[in-house]
Design a protein around this ligand. Structure first.
Ligand SMILES: Nc1ncnc2c1ncn2[C@@H]1O[C@H](COP(=O)(O)OP(=O)(O)OP(=O)(O)O)[C@@H](O)[C@H]1O
Length: 564
């Protein structure tokens, strides 16, 4: 390689600086000096590059062996002085020639800029998921990005050069070209394909003149996929929410149980003992005697207190769902089983499952439950994997299971499995002495709820409550008190507030005490109304009532006719 061309630049304004910047990147050129009487940014730059800087042309001219001096000042004096430099010493490029040089350089720089933009744009267009297509104002397709080909399966080569008015005359792009307006959320098939897309298009305007248009679109399937993902995520959130709701660590303790009558005390003591063991407990008692409350308290006092307490109301779940409620199901186990779902048994793992209304469980499930109680293992509906759990079972019922066993309505083996420890809760009428304490606690509770200041009840009202039969037990006394508290205006509840709230028929029933002898006919009436109260006045209820009374349904209807 020959020797480098040694250059000096006179005038380091904008032009000189541009020339400087360009020349310094060229390997065959060595910039020896730059010159300007002002300290321009170009001078600064050269200084920091380690180039000799001069303030006057004279200084430049003292430097020997410059091959070329580029003059960019355009100042006549300077030009004149330079003309005197002998051609053999250095070639002078004057300001005109330098201007020309600058124009060429600037153009080259612009081109480089454009190339850079183009590179960036290509990278963007190639990386977006959306399909992009550009057409010129006459409809000629000029560009499609790779996503366009992915979405439509049309290779770029088969699309570019064609006319959009022929290919997709009703698409958003053609429409924007026709109307000169943007188009939003246009749903259509991409021309010649069955790909449904949703597109947005806009005119391309250069210097106020529309030169073409661009369309951006996504296949609906992509959007559906996204929606599907959103739906699945929502499902997960919902599942977790229900799980959180289901997993209630029990909220009641033995301290919440009011009552000091010996019969109630016995139940309490028994329950406290039972809480310490892991044995299955069967809680029996009429409706509203506090079976659920006891179950909570037992769990709360057991070693499992910090683990889940899961309640299943065996009567409330439709029979078809009961099995999946209990054992969960695998995805696709049946129509509608879109996701794998954990059953209550799995949710209760480590804790306690409370099987309320166990007497209402269907025979098929009774058999399944028996196996779970024996082995503590089961399979999800539609699943093959055996799942092992450690769950304490507390069951409750207001029905006479032993009797149901006798009549084949409840599995005997299951009954004995459940009835390891039996906690019998006395009906309220058996521990009436506890009524004043209940009432007092309810008054406190409802004062808070209704913002009242009731202090108690008259002795006549209290006597009325004591004499009542309370078929609905504590739940009923709660309802009666709540309604009385709504109507009371003073601080004392009187018998008038209560009179209409309790069922006089029950007082009548109460009056025939156990030891009284009453006419058989009367007893029959009482038994029939008791049975109907228990099973309900519906056709189904009457069937069950007839069953329990051991008479045919027809006989029951006859007797009811006579009674009314
Ligand atoms: N000993 C008690 N002290 C205070 N409140 C009680 C007591 N027993 C029950 N209760 C309250 O009485 C209501 C009924 O109790 P719970 O739901 O436990 O009865 P249950 O026997 O499970 O009834 P069912 O068989 O109808 O489901 C609840 O509001 C409960 O808090």
């Amino acid at each position: 390689m020959g020797h480098k061309v040694r250059v000096g630049i006179v005038g380091m304004g904008q032009g000189g600086t541009t020339i400087y910047k360009t020349l310094r990147g060229i390997e065959q050129i060595e910039i020896i000096t730059v010159c300007d009487l002002r300290n321009t940014p170009g001078m600064e730059m050269a200084k920091s590059d380690g180039i000799l800087t001069c303030l006057t042309l004279d200084e430049v001219l003292t430097i020997e062996a410059l091959d070329v001096i580029i003059e960019t000042t355009g100042v006549p004096n300077v030009q004149a002085q330079l003309q005197l430099v002998p051609k053999t010493a250095a070639t002078i490029i004057d300001s005109q020639a330098a201007n020309l040089m600058m124009l060429i350089i600037e153009d080259k720089e612009k081109l480089a800029d454009i190339r850079r933009y183009r590179g960036e744009l290509d990278a963007i267009l190639n990386s977006v998921q959306e399909a992009i297509e550009v057409a010129s104002i006459d409809g000629r397709i000029k560009y499609v990005n790779p996503s366009f080909s992915r979405v439509t399966s049309i290779p770029a080569g088969q699309r570019i050069g064609k006319n959009i008015f022929e290919e997709s005359p009703n698409g958003a792009l053609a429409r924007s070209l026709r109307t000169h307006e943007p188009v939003f959320a246009h749903r259509a098939l991409v021309g010649g394909t069955d790909v449904e897309v949703i597109s947005n298009s806009a005119p391309i305007v250069v210097d106020g003149k529309m030169e073409g248009a661009v369309v951006v679109f996504q296949p609906l399937t992509d959007i559906y996929k996204l929606m599907e993902q959103v739906r699945t995520s929502n499902q997960v959130i919902n599942d977790l929410q229900t799980r959180i709701n289901q997993i209630s660590t029990s909220s009641y303790t033995f301290d919440d149980l009011i009552g000091s009558h010996p019969e109630f005390e016995n139940a309490l003591n028994f329950a406290r003992q039972a809480a310490k063991s892991n044995s299955t407990i069967l809680i029996t008692g009429e409706s509203g005697t506090g079976k659920e409350l006891f179950a909570h308290a037992i769990h709360g006092a057991s070693l499992r207190w910090d683990k889940p307490f899961i309640k299943v109301n065996c009567a409330a779940i439709p029979e078809t769902l009961l099995e999946s409620e209990f054992f969960g199901h695998e995805k696709g186990a049946f129509t509608g089983a879109l996701k794998t779902k954990l059953g209550k048994m799995e949710l209760a793992n480590g804790g306690t499952i409370f099987l309320d209304e166990i007497g209402d469980m269907n025979p098929y499930l009774q058999a399944k439950l028996l196996r779970v109680l024996q082995e503590m293992e089961f399979e999800r509906v539609g699943g093959t994997q055996t799942i092992k759990v450690d769950v304490r079972v507390i069951a409750a019922t207001n029905r006479n299971l032993l009797e149901m066993v006798k009549y084949g309505e409840f599995r005997e083996d299951l009954y004995y499995r459940l009835n390891v420890l039996e906690l019998r809760l006395p009906p309220l009428r058996k521990h009436k002495e506890d009524i004043p304490a209940y009432v007092q606690s309810l008054i406190v509770k409802f004062n808070r709820k209704f913002g009242k200041h009731v202090t108690g009840l008259t002795s006549q009202a209290e006597e009325m409550l004591m004499n009542y039969h309370w078929p609905g037990n504590i739940r009923e006394i709660q309802n009666v008190l709540e309604r009385a508290m709504v109507s009371v205006e003073d601080e004392i509840i009187t018998h008038k507030h209560i009179l209409n709230l309790i069922n006089p028929q029950s007082i009548l029933e109460k009056e025939t005490r156990d030891e009284d002898i009453i006419p058989i006919e009367e007893l029959e009436k009482q038994m029939i109304s008791k049975a109907l109260k228990r099973y309900g006045n519906t056709v189904e209820g009457k069937k069950e009532a007839a069953n329990a009374l051991r008479i045919s349904l027809a006989t029951l209807y006859n007797k009811l006719k006579v009674m009314s």
